[in-house]
Design a protein. Structure first.
Length: 181
């Protein structure tokens, strides 16, 4: 995604918008993943579990206040909603094992569109590929979809939108906004 030019030498942060997982849900997903007894890939730390909505990439620190103001305008109508994580899949091109919704909620797509539209004036362009919601379980995964005795049946509660910074393999929340106004 493109964005405005930055001043030479200005510090950058790698940023993305996501729906975070509650602690209890992180533990449940990590426990379910352990039961898969996987022999391929590197597990994503449970504290990093999230559902990415929009990746911004390396962004000048001076842009963060404008990004936050734009995100504050992105809302979904109605009541809080949930995202089912009920399908285990492998994306072979990026070598990840993931959980995804079999049927993504309409509100989720509306939120991503609202974020994209809010960030257009800042120079961030819409993604060229279709939004595919997912929660990454393993990286460097080079095997077929594993079989599980228990099908995934998780429901991520979408109560707020979070701007995260990716820093040294950890994701730090920088700001958050309630989804329902």
């Amino acid at each position: 995604m493109g964005h405005e030019a930055r001043e030479q030498g200005e510090p950058l942060k790698r940023l993305f918008f996501a729906l975070p997982c509650a602690d209890a849900q992180r533990r449940a997903i990590a426990q379910w993943r352990r039961a898969l007894e996987l022999s391929s890939g590197r597990p994503v730390p449970a504290e990093n579990f999230h559902l990415t909505l929009m990746f911004l990439g390396s962004v000048a620190v001076s842009q963060i206040p404008d990004i936050c103001a734009a995100a504050a305008r992105a809302r979904t109508p109605g009541q809080p909603w949930t995202v089912p994580l009920d399908r285990l899949d492998v994306w072979h091109q990026s070598n990840v094992l993931l959980l995804a919704p079999a049927q993504p909620p309409t509100a989720l797509r509306q939120l991503v569109y609202a974020l994209q539209q809010a960030l257009l004036p800042l120079g961030f362009v819409e993604a060229t590929r279709e939004f595919r919601p997912h929660l990454t379980l393993m990286r460097d995964y080079r095997a077929p979809v594993p079989e599980s005795n228990t099908q995934p049946d998780f429901h991520l509660s979408a109560r707020h939108l979070t701007l995260f910074e990716s820093h040294k393999g950890r994701y730090r929340p920088l700001a958050e906004w309630p989804l329902v106004s």
